[in-house]
Ligand binder design. Structure first.
Ligand code: DUC
Ligand code: ZN
Ligand code: ZN
Ligand code: ZN
Length: 484
């Protein structure tokens, strides 16, 4: 046979175009696209179904230690399994630095945790929580050099946040070495003050989580992060953007010509403050994440932002905590105060079907836009393109054959993560992967998880093109110290 695998009659969609083709795969690589390709050892007739590049999920949390007795439900076995069943073939989880820990040690720890378990390819972002001189001047540049070319910083959470000055120092290092910085933008002191007042008034139910972190705390931090990026002259990515006022800040910056990128997530399209329940609704801890889901007007605004290409990427922010679990959402009892509940919701498996159904099938976004924000742009953002994120000759043979004929209702019982609930329970979707391939190998076949054990490979990231500072038409005036 000429090919290992041929997909016949694929209705291919990339980030740029759509076309009918056969896809020829050899040694895990797409080696031909065309009409009437020669035979393959394995042949599949897609019968005109949509075929898109495998999803790249640029934001998910697996096996991170949380303070106290809390644990994430998914590790590097169950998380990737769940991703594959929902069409995602590349994930980029985080290696979290603890304060006082070397960044290098953190990265090594997560490699050990991952072991050989993952069935999908994976890279790591770092989370930088200790921006001391040793980390910034030595460890970070060396790690960037070695394929860890993106990292996240926090403007809130006592044990993770950086001060304004530390953020500026960190951005300067990212600029010098070409790394992409992801920013969690919420104002810590505003949240602390609001939380204190809510608790003093006896307001502890899940719904007060949203009131403790209203839109303005996100808007303010978003603006501040943008200002620092402008000061230092370096592109940044604002992650998990939840609604209107943060979007306005981002659009303002983009219109000014700054390279400010933005990410949003399914929870800001499909969940709202209603899901955070009423006065005594503790099951609503299932939807506690940060930033919190907003109201329906904000949801609409996020859809508009997707349509307008304000957002470059759409990620799950999978942060898996089981509900009825003494190490999960109920680590502080079955009626926990909102400020004690672990922040995060699962979403690796449902990310693509939700957006394909309610975005593409409903006509809100084009299929090319879908591919861009779930795959192509993510691969570009993190230096994995064109190996990932593309249906092109020479790219890894990672793709999804879609079933858009069957209507399904999302049920946690049908998902493959280790979390005991999904916040999207009961939502109907009319698209789900029929087959998911990674480097030409079937991972998911018509409802069955069939991945070979440990199929996934670790990926070193190249230099992210979007992280390159703008080339200024006018000489850029850096703020130099004035001399007398
Ligand atoms: N930020 C994340 O990125 N994920 C989960 C919770 C959070 O605050
Ligand atoms: Zn975050
Ligand atoms: Zn996250
Ligand atoms: Zn001087």
């Amino acid at each position: 046979h000429h090919f290992d695998l041929v997909i016949r009659n694929a209705h291919c969609a990339t980030g740029a175009d759509t076309f009918m083709a056969d896809i020829g795969v050899r040694d895990g690589i797409i080696s031909a696209l065309g009409q009437g390709l020669a035979s393959g050892a394995q042949e599949i007739d897609a019968k005109g179904a949509w075929v898109t590049p495998g999803g790249v999920d640029g934001h998910c949390h697996l096996a991170e230690p949380i303070k106290g007795d809390v644990e994430m439900a998914d590790d590097f076995l169950s998380g990737p399994r769940s991703a594959a069943c929902g069409g995602t073939t590349t994930i980029i989880p985080f290696a979290v630095q603890q304060r006082g820990q070397s960044l290098r040690e953190a990265v090594e720890q997560y490699h050990q945790r991952a072991g050989q378990q993952s069935c999908v390819d994976y890279a790591f972002h770092m989370i930088l929580t200790d921006a001391n001189q040793q980390v910034l001047n030595e460890e970070l540049p060396a790690l960037i050099e070695q394929g860890y070319t993106s990292f996240k910083i926090y403007m809130t959470y006592e044990d993770m946040m950086l001060s304004d000055r530390e953020i500026i120092n960190t951005l300067a290092v990212a600029r010098e070495h070409g790394a992409l910085v992801m920013v969690h933008a919420e104002n810590f002191d505003c949240i602390a003050w609001l939380t204190e007042r809510l608790l003093a008034a006896g307001h502890t139910a899940p719904k007060y989580h949203a009131q403790s972190r209203p839109m303005l705390v996100e808007r303010e931090a978003t603006h501040r992060a943008i200002s620092f990026a402008e000061l230092v002259d370096v592109p940044i990515l604002i992650v998990h953007v939840s609604g209107k006022e943060a979007i306005e800040q981002i659009q303002w910056a983009q219109n000014k010509g700054l390279k400010i990128y933005a990410e949003t997530c399914p929870q800001y399209l499909f969940l709202s403050t209603d899901d955070l329940g009423g006065e005594d609704d503790y099951e609503a801890t299932k939807c506690i994440c940060s930033p919190p889901p907003r109201d329906p007007q904000n949801q609409a605004y996020v859809w508009d932002g997707l349509q307008a290409d304000t957002f470059s990427i759409f990620s799950s922010d999978h942060a898996p905590f089981s509900y009825a679990d003494p190490k999960g959402k109920q680590a502080f009892g079955d009626k926990p105060s909102f400020d004690k509940v672990a922040n995060g919701i699962p979403g690796l498996e449902t990310r693509l079907p939700l957006l394909f159904s309610h975005g593409v099938m409903s006509g809100k976004i084009s299929i090319e836009q879908f591919v861009q924000i779930t795959s192509t742009n993510v691969a570009k953002m993190y230096g994995l393109y064109p190996r990932k994120g593309s249906l092109s000759i020479g790219a890894d043979a990672d793709f999804i054959i879609w079933d858009t004929e069957t209507q399904r209702t999302i049920r946690n019982a049908n998902l493959h993560h280790a979390v005991d609930y999904t916040p999207y329970e009961g939502i109907t979707v009319n698209a789900w992967p029929a087959m998911t391939f990674s480097r030409g190998t079937l991972l998911w076949n018509q409802g069955e998880f069939v991945a070979p054990q440990g199929h996934g490979q670790f990926l070193k990231c190249g230099m992210p093109q979007p992280a390159k500072p703008k080339v200024h038409s006018q000489p850029f005036k850096r703020q130099e110290a004035q001399h007398g």
